[in-house]
Design a protein around this ligand. Structure first.
Ligand code: C2E
Ligand code: CA
Ligand code: CA
Ligand code: CA
Length: 275
């Protein structure tokens, strides 16, 4: 028996030994990739739902391992969170995204994902302020995407940190909205600018009356609370038609563009501002 993460007692078995070793190895390789500049950001467009014009991008981390190939974030982010590597990694992502965005002549928005673990750092707002200062990015262009689950874990600390970040002029989006336990309470208790309707609801839109009702309700809620609403995982024309008919503000998904290196969106970022 050994003391595992948290307060749980973990029974040691050869399989877990393997899993532990696997995680250590992957985490080590990830740290190495970070030091070697072998990580990359891909950018996915966020569009005005009515005009389809690109209004910003979400930065998504990509890791190509020399032997394992492309390792998806769903695999390495949880491990980075367990080992604490997410702190320097998250900072790297934010700095990289800001450095990149500041070179665009079209001053589009840039959304960066924030892990629950980063949100436990009392000096997070200072870190964000430092990055804005170093890169010269206008704070209003930066948006931090946070899941509701991340917020309710140590809620008072999260609220304090988010309030400081908002005071810098940075925007806050609630990611994966509707998948946590207390979405509505979270909206009331945290300074949020934008709701991202989780892609699971969008995926079921054409097949489920419940999904239709939920998506409509979230859009109406956003309107009443004066929060912007963006739908993620939009893949089909039917979904777009539903979302625009119901007056959703913005859309993101393969229908409007896959996450790609920024070079692939060069004409957009070097254009001039759009409405
Ligand atoms: P997320 O923040 O909810 O990001 C949306 C995910 O949906 C991305 O997966 C994106 O590629 C994918 N996606 C976009 N459009 C569509 C679509 O039309 N259909 C479908 N089926 N999927 C779509 P990705 O890039 O694999 O990232 C997965 C998750 O990993 C993200 O979910 C986020 O939680 C995490 N992640 C990615 N980059 C970062 C990062 O820099 N920092 C942190 N903390 N987490 C990250
Ligand atoms: Ca996100
Ligand atoms: Ca999401
Ligand atoms: Ca997600």
């Amino acid at each position: 028996v050994k003391q595992g993460g948290g307060n749980h007692l973990v029974f040691f078995s050869p399989e877990m030994d393997d899993e532990y070793r696997y995680k250590r190895q992957l985490s080590g390789a990830l740290r190495h990739a970070m030091d070697e500049n072998a990580l990359e950001l891909h950018y996915q467009p966020q569009c005005n739902a009515h005009s389809s014009k690109i209004i910003g991008f979400e930065a998504l981390l990509r890791w190509h391992h020399p032997e394992l190939g492309q390792v998806p974030p769903s695999r390495f982010i949880p491990i980075a969170e367990e080992t604490g590597l997410i702190n320097p990694l998250g900072e790297w992502v934010m700095r990289k995204a800001c450095e990149e965005a500041v070179t665009w002549t079209n001053p589009l928005g840039i959304a960066v994902n924030l892990s629950a673990v980063q949100l436990q750092n009392l000096d997070l707002a200072q870190t964000v302020a430092g990055i804005l200062d170093e890169t010269g990015l206008a704070p209003e262009r930066l948006e931090l995407e946070i899941t509701e689950t991340a917020l309710i874990h140590n809620a008072s600390r999260s609220r304090k940190i988010l309030t400081e970040i908002k005071a810098l002029g940075v925007r806050i989006a609630m990611d994966d909205f509707g998948t946590g336990y207390s979405s509505l309470a979270t909206l009331q208790n945290f300074p949020v600018d934008r709701i991202k309707i989780d892609q699971s609801f969008i995926a079921r839109l054409m097949a489920s009356e419940q999904a239709v009702a939920i998506v409509r309700a979230v859009i109406n809620l956003g309107r009443d609370l004066k929060l912007e609403v963006i739908a993620e995982g939009v893949e089909t024309e039917d979904q777009v038609a539903f979302l625009t008919a119901n007056d959703c503000d913005a859309v993101q998904g393969y229908k409007f563009g896959h996450p790609r290196p920024i070079a692939d969106y060069q004409t957009t970022v070097s254009g001039t501002a759009v409405a």
